[in-house]
Design a protein around this ligand. Structure first.
Ligand code: GLN
Length: 312
């Protein structure tokens, strides 16, 4: 495919999305996110050879929310290796992102690292006895390194807003602490969790940050190995099966790629061997995933034949 063909596809998808009226609803349970204008849309694609195709508001920063869970999992695997899997499973939950029901049945072990409970358990591993501010700095610097951009920041107002209204996450964390699944103090773990969810990035920056997952763990422009090929493949597998909560099956069926959504309306999707893609539209569907983001990715992958299940 020529570079102009990719840019044409991306531009057309952005135009089509801008014209749609069905946008879903912004996440209002975090008051600061409830203020976001739903009429925004962005798409960025970074290919193996470094071409970047952008459409819409791809230089507008948004709250990455649960997309951060991919990167904290990557860090936790680097810190604890396979011991991560003693604290969290890797099966789809079939439940909403903030569900607590399964924790009781499974002795406080969350089903996977991408639901809230699982990400809180992973955050506990990243914290690993450090001061919360050190762990927050570590995660932020990892994002800046991956995207090659020191301008990436944490939106303090979003972090404060989540902290003020995080009753559900407090329940999950306390429940896990009761089962001995968390080592650190609950408030320290949640402080780090709320801050990594509140990282603000643009679609362009997130697509850049996802490159190592598309290219066997390596940042292709530098040849720098972030993780082993095996680890990149396995993170992609968990994104495919668990990245959209109880909408993961539908996402695999329609888009056919590993992907991770966040309630800020972003989705990071990985086209192994080819590209890293980020879309953003703040309105969510009933499963808490970006409504137009998913539709845009479906258009992109069917148009380019870019799915992990074959080009048809
Ligand atoms: N910070 C959000 C929360 O804890 C993340 C949820 C999400 O993006 N699905 O509820």
């Amino acid at each position: 495919m020529t570079s102009s063909a990719l840019q044409t596809a991306v531009t057309e998808i952005a135009e089509e999305m801008a014209a749609r009226e069905d946008r879903g609803d912004v996440a209002s349970y975090i008051p600061e996110l409830g203020r976001i204008d739903p009429r925004q849309f962005a798409i960025s694609v970074v290919t193996r050879d470094g071409e970047i195709a952008c459409g819409g508001d791809c230089d507008t920063a948004f709250s990455i929310q649960s997309i951060s869970k991919v990167f904290t999992l990557t860090l936790a695997l680097g810190i604890a290796g396979d011991r991560v899997w003693n604290r969290v499973g890797r099966e789809p939950s079939g439940s909403p992102f903030n569900s607590i029901v399964q924790l009781e049945r499974e002795k406080g072990i969350p089903r996977n690292p991408f639901i809230n409970a699982g990400a809180i358990a992973v955050t506990d591993l990243v914290l690993a006895g450090h001061q919360p501010r050190e762990a927050i700095g570590e995660i932020l610097r990892f994002m800046q390194f991956l995207a090659d951009d020191d301008a990436i920041f944490i939106d303090r107002n979003v972090a404060l807003s989540e902290n003020a209204t995080g009753f559900n996450n407090r329940a999950l964390a306390n429940f896990m602490k009761g089962f001995g699944v968390l080592e650190n103090e609950v408030e320290h773990v949640l402080g780090v969790y709320f801050h990594h969810c509140a990282i603000a990035m643009t679609c362009r920056q997130l697509a850049l940050a996802g490159r190592f997952l598309a290219h066997n763990g390596v940042r292709p422009e530098t040849g720098y190995s972030v993780v082993t090929p095996e680890r990149a493949r396995r993170i992609n597998a968990i994104m495919l099966t668990c990245g959209h909560y109880d909408g993961s099956g539908e996402f695999a069926y329609r888009v056919g790629l590993p992907g991770k959504s966040g309630v800020g309306g972003g989705i990071l999707a990985i086209v192994p061997g080819k590209a890293s893609v980020c879309v953003w539209s703040p309105g969510l569907d009933v499963t808490g995933n970006s409504h137009l983001g998913r539709i845009a990715l479906e258009l992109l992958t069917s148009r380019l034949g870019w799915t992990v299940f074959g080009p048809g």
